[in-house]
Design a protein around this ligand. Structure first.
Ligand code: 5AD
Ligand code: SF4
Length: 477
């Protein structure tokens, strides 16, 4: 059931939700005593960093209710936070749901919930209502904060609970959230997207752009730093248009300058930057900053001005290359990454060669390469000249080859230098090694132990192994 949002969410909303959480905690404490075991939850997250951040909020609520997170889907509460940006993300969800229904037959206490971008599509919800009757709760991207209330509603009724909002007008602050890492965190600065690139479903499922107030963002970051966080990733579909719709408008560069002043914060990253809105002021803010990392993700999508126009990207190949020049001139050691789509409707061999040309000219450290996926409801889905599968496959392979050649040429360029590295964890293959991240986002493995996790240390990059370095710690900072 889709409905327009008429409710104005007040600051009291988080208080209201906390009451549902408390009520559920009493209910589940009793259940756990009855069953003589802890109640468990499992969250499967599909898609982007926004979803990863939303999952932390979901886990925060579930843990406050009393669920203990487990690694397996044999849990009392299983939730899929879905993605719909490309069709194969949807197919994965349907595939795994079949398996969940078997698990539910074995555990009568099990609740299954679905949320995220896929649920914002009418056709998906219809299909689940019809063919996946064992699902208990469905909600969307705009009302994650209502999770406790929806669980309560499910316990009070025996029916599937469906609550999808078409859009949201306000942002609910101060809800519980459980962070995955102690030393780094994602911070939403805005939600939604107004760009309507013609291939993309995001504006339809994440709604219009809404920026958080700078005071709320700064307070969240200060609290995180007080809690041991040294690196933050500012999240938004298009961070460069941050602040345009605030009562007192503010630019993204302005926000970054405020964040720069936070004592104890060491590193700032952000994602994603739309090239059309990347200002000279932002380049200056990056250049002047001691905290903003030397990595910029700048999705190009296509190198052909003709295709870019049909994609509704609002820049030409030349404008993009000129922007890259300005960035590289200001910040010579910047590491650039990108997103590229091949096989957009009407893409010719000539258009594709323009994309290869951009890759050679920009020289990306790495690139996420996607085969165009037709998303129902987007303008591109109705464009006639869909490209033949074989042609797309061939272009995709040629693209990948080019990206690999360039990134392997680039990654070794800092061999021999000493760099600051944030240690993220013990190496998965060799427990004598730790794995850390350079400012430019590349990984380094070097000898070390658990007490280094979360610290920034100086590491000499001894050898480049393609996409990562082997290093040696020089001294702790
Ligand atoms: N098909 C293929 N790739 C897509 N992306 C978004 N929509 C589609 C689609 N329909 C890619 C874009 C975007 C990234 C997050 O996903 O490259 O930058
Ligand atoms: Fe999709 Fe374009 Fe918005 Fe990115 S900027 S989320 S590609 S519509």
């Amino acid at each position: 059931m889709k409905e327009e949002v008429k409710i104005n969410i007040t600051e009291k909303e988080s208080q209201r939700q906390l009451r549902f959480i408390e009520h559920l905690r009493d209910y589940y404490t009793e259940k756990s005593e009855e069953l003589q075991r802890p109640l468990t939850c499992h969250i499967a997250t599909f898609g982007c960093q926004m979803n990863a951040r939303d999952s932390e909020k979901i886990l925060g609520t579930l843990e406050q209710i009393g669920f203990k997170e487990v690694d397996t889907e044999e849990a009392d509460f299983v939730i899929y936070n879905t993605c719909t940006v490309r069709e194969n993300a949807n197919l994965k969800v349907y595939g795994r749901l079949g398996h969940l229904s078997q698990l539910k037959k074995k555990n009568p206490h099990m609740l299954i919930a679905l949320c995220g971008c896929m649920m914002q599509e009418d056709a998906v919800v219809d299909k689940i209502k019809k063919s996946y009757r064992f699902v208990d709760i469905i909600f969307g991207t705009h009302n994650i904060f209502k999770l406790a209330e929806l669980i309560q509603a499910r316990l009070d009724s025996k029916d599937m609970i469906i609550d999808i909002w078409k859009d949201a007008t306000e942002i609910v602050e101060d809800l519980p959230s459980e962070r995955k890492y102690k030393f780094k965190a994602g911070v939403n600065i805005m939600f939604g997207c107004n760009n309507f690139c013609t291939y993309c479903i995001v504006p339809y499922v994440r709604g219009r752009e809404r920026s958080r107030n700078p005071e709320d963002i700064i307070k969240e970051i200060k609290d995180l730093v007080a809690d041991g966080v040294v690196e933050i990733m500012l999240l938004g579909q298009n961070v460069n248009s941050y602040g345009k719709n605030l009562e007192e408008p503010m630019t993204f560069a302005g926000l970054l300058r405020e964040i720069e002043k936070i004592d104890g914060l060491e590193r700032v990253r952000f994602m994603t930057s739309h090239p059309k809105d990347l200002s000279d002021d932002l380049i200056d803010a990056m250049k002047d900053s001691k905290k903003i990392c030397t990595h910029l993700h700048l999705p190009v999508q296509s190198g052909s001005s003709r295709i870019l126009k049909i994609m509704n990207r609002h820049y030409t190949k030349e404008q993009y290359l000129n922007l890259v020049d300005r960035i590289k001139n200001a910040i010579p050691n910047i590491s650039l990454t990108t997103d590229i789509i091949v096989g957009f409707p009407g893409e010719t061999e000539e258009d594709f060669l323009e994309t290869l040309d951009v890759i050679r000219k920009v020289r990306y450290e790495s690139a996420f390469t996607f085969v165009y996926s037709k998303r129902t409801g987007t303008p591109a889905a109705n464009m006639e000249e869909q490209v033949d599968d074989e042609v797309v496959k061939d272009r995709f392979n040629r693209l990948l080859k080019e990206v690999k050649i360039i990134s392997s040429e680039l990654t070794g360029r800092e061999t021999g230098t000493v760099q600051k590295v944030l240690v993220e964890g013990i190496n998965e293959q060799d427990s004598e090694l730790v794995t850390g991240r350079l400012s430019n986002n590349l990984l380094v493995h070097f000898k070390g132990s658990t007490e280094l996790i979360g610290r920034i240390v100086n590491v000499k990059l001894v050898e480049c192994k393609g996409f990562y370095y082997i290093g040696e710690m020089v001294e702790a900072q």
